[in-house]
Design a protein around this ligand. Structure first.
Ligand SMILES: Cc1cc2nc3c(=O)[nH]c(=O)nc-3n(C[C@H](O)[C@H](O)[C@H](O)COP(=O)(O)OP(=O)(O)OC[C@H]3O[C@@H](n4cnc5c(N)ncnc54)[C@H](O)[C@@H]3O)c2cc1C
Length: 391
């Protein structure tokens, strides 16, 4: 079997690049190891409206399970800070539908898909990648000029291509989540909880869906005294006001890579989405960045295929374009993360007082001057902020 472009993985990154490449007129094949695209989900399913607008993506209505107008942040003692405004509006997706819809859109443009088909390895001969795969009919080989690694956080494609994709263990959040029915929370908001005892070096969340809620948390192992699952059980037990009559209907777990490494390409290989560890390092959201990386990668791949030059040097244009768009912001967000990781519970309480009525969205977008100004009256926090944010 021969194709112009082989995509490994049919998550949001894989289906977007498949659609783009098929639209450019290339033969595209997508391999997905799961038997059902979109399931099981490993995601709280939150996505912003302005992010979708930026990428020009109009969701099929069935992809939307909840509509939200903002976020409520909770300090360890329960003080609330409400965030609203256009930038905070968003959706909670039904990912099982969303991912199938993305695949259907790619298929309409001509992409081919194989489900329950796992890529097993690849080797390069005379400028062509030979990818070994297995499905229920057995093992087979696909020849292609371009392999796209859209194979998520546990990506193998980069390693197979000889890229150094290893990150520090401290740069992965462990995520665990119940989807629960009968939660008593305001369904117009996502709810975010901070605290060393709640979710060390991370946060807990409640995201509303049509008739259920995603209730989960992400932690960094280095700050944790127990497993993420135990923190989640404790969180649910300690918040009767939300969960007195709630029951789980699904459980999900997964890793979130919260730091990005730089090598996203090799000869005839591009990594997109979580495979290139492109999530937002503050909140761990990766769907938008995964889709955006695929749009940028497809533009570069199209030029490269037209010129029949799939060299690493040529494909590096994708890295450059990505950095142009995201590097400065990501670097600032990494500093903000380092600052947040230093905060004790008492600091979160102070922040909750200080930030009442503030535009926290601007802060999470790394407009740090606002935060520094606000901290003038809290010398201990100001010192920390200066150390980690302005370094
Ligand atoms: C608990 C949790 C909560 C999260 N919540 C949010 C959220 O609310 N909002 C948000 O934006 N992001 C969230 N994320 C992150 C988000 O899920 C990812 O950033 C996003 O899924 C990345 O998309 P992707 O297409 O790059 O990878 P994935 O969605 O992981 O897709 C990779 C695909 O590749 C397939 N695959 C892997 N290896 C092979 C192989 N060898 N052969 C064939 N197929 C293969 C996999 O089966 C999978 O379908 C969360 C993550 C976790 C773990």
């Amino acid at each position: 079997m021969k194709v112009d472009c082989l995509v490994v993985g049919a998550g949001p990154a894989g289906s977007i690049i498949a659609k783009e490449m098929a639209s450019y007129g290339y033969d595209v094949l997508v391999l997905e190891k799961r038997q059902e695209i979109g399931a099981p989900k490993r995601c709280a399913e939150g996505i912003t409206k302005h992010g979708l607008e930026k990428l020009g993506i109009e969701l099929h209505p069935l992809c939307i399970s909840g509509k939200i107008k903002g976020a409520i942040l909770y300090s360890p003692s329960g003080k609330k800070v409400v965030m609203e405004g256009h930038e905070m509006e968003g959706y909670v997706l039904e990912r099982k539908v969303f991912e199938k819809w993305l695949a259907a859109e790619a298929i309409k443009k001509g992409a081919k898909y194989m489900v329950k088909t796992q890529a097993l390895g690849m080797k390069r001969e005379n400028g062509i990648w030979k990818v070994r795969a297995r499905n229920i009919e057995g093992e087979f080989e696909i020849e292609t000029k371009l392999v796209v690694g859209a194979d998520g956080v546990e990506s193998k494609v980069g390693k197979w291509a000889g890229l150094n994709t290893t990150n520090k263990l401290t740069d992965y959040h462990s995520g665990i989540q119940f989807e629960m029915a009968n939660v008593n929370a305001d369904e117009k908001y996502i709810h975010i909880f901070f605290g060393r005892e709640v979710a060390p070096l991370g946060y807990a969340w409640i995201f509303p869906k049509a008739f259920s809620f995603n209730v989960g948390l992400g932690i960094l192992e280095k700050g944790a005294k127990m497993k993420a699952y135990d923190y989640l059980k404790k969180f649910i037990e300690e918040h009767e006001e939300f969960f007195a009559n709630a029951q789980p209907i699904e459980i999900n777990a997964g890793g979130v890579p919260v730091a990005h490494f730089t090598e996203m390409v090799a000869d005839g290989v591009m990594l997109v989405g979580d495979a290139a560890q492109l999530v937002n390092p503050i909140h761990g959201g990766g769907i938008m960045r995964a889709m955006h990386s695929s749009i940028i990668a497809a533009e570069v791949a199209n030029e490269a295929l037209k010129k029949n030059d799939l060299s690493k040097e040529k494909l590096k244009e994708y890295e450059r374009k990505w950095d142009e768009e995201y590097k400065e912001k990501t670097d600032k967000l990494m500093k903000l993360r380092a600052f947040l990781e230093k905060l004790e519970d008492k600091d979160f309480e102070l922040l909750a007082d200080i930030l009442q009525g503030e535009d926290i969205y601007a802060l999470t977008q790394a407009k740090l001057s606002v935060l520094l100004k606000k901290l003038v009256t809290k010398p201990s926090l100001l010192k920390l902020a200066k150390k980690y944010l302005t370094a």
